[in-house]
Design a protein around this ligand. Structure first.
Ligand code: SF4
Ligand code: SF4
Length: 202
């Protein structure tokens, strides 16, 4: 059965009423917040809150302990990658954004390692399934930082193994705050890849 389409007026076809209504709502909120912030400066209307913008990344809110931040690949005591390239994380990933290339490890005691391990952060939905799937605690999301926030090419948002390992190194050596400081510095300097990373090792 065919549903009759409603006939739109000329104003509706031009979207003008909706545009004017939208500008009206924005203006109303702007004037309300401006007035309340001005009154607060003089100690008036303190019981009425006005919108406050958090100037991220310079200002940050406190994240909960369960916050899922940028990934990191954990390290063995000798600084090498813990990952055994078993592909369980890539298989569990619903966004199919983990790409691994496995290789023979030079140490005969270790079967495999990831020659290449990449996460496409534009596809990642930060569900944490990769962390849950890993049988050897080789990947975590406890960095409390966002992944790369800026870039002009798709490749800028693909995090390679070296960056993922470097996060673990910084966390071990300089602590959680250092990760955010490095990210902010890279952002302010307009660097592409965040903190400088050491050459990857097996
Ligand atoms: S957080 Fe989820 S979407 Fe992102 S890499 Fe892990 S499994 Fe994939
Ligand atoms: S991170 Fe864990 S689950 Fe993923 S390939 Fe490495 S060892 Fe396997």
């Amino acid at each position: 059965m065919e549903t009759p389409r409603p006939r739109l007026t000329l104003a509706e076809r031009l979207y003008l009423p909706q545009v004017i209504a939208g500008v009206g709502i924005t203006t109303r909120h702007f004037l309300r917040n401006l007035t309340l912030h001005t009154l607060h400066l003089f100690g008036l209307a303190r019981d009425r809150s006005a919108a406050v913008t958090t100037q991220y990344p310079e200002q940050r809110k406190t994240y909960s302990e369960g916050y899922r931040g940028a990934h990191r690949l954990t390290l063995k005591p000798d600084g090498s990658v813990r990952c055994t390239a078993c592909f369980l994380c890539a298989t569990a990933c619903p966004a199919k954004c983990i790409n691994i290339e496995a290789g023979e490890h030079p140490d005969p005691e270790v079967e495999k390692y990831p020659v290449r391990y990449e996460i496409d952060t534009l596809q990642c939905i930060y569900c944490g399934m990769c962390v849950e799937a890993c049988p050897c605690d080789a990947i975590r999301m406890d960095t409390f930082v966002h992944p790369h926030l800026w870039g002009y090419r798709r490749e800028d948002f693909i995090e390679p193994k070296a960056v993922l390992m470097e996060r673990s190194r910084v966390l071990q050596e300089r602590g959680r705050e250092a990760l955010m400081e490095d990210m902010q510095r890279a952002y302010q300097e307009g660097r592409d890849t965040g903190p400088a990373v050491a050459p990857p090792r097996p």
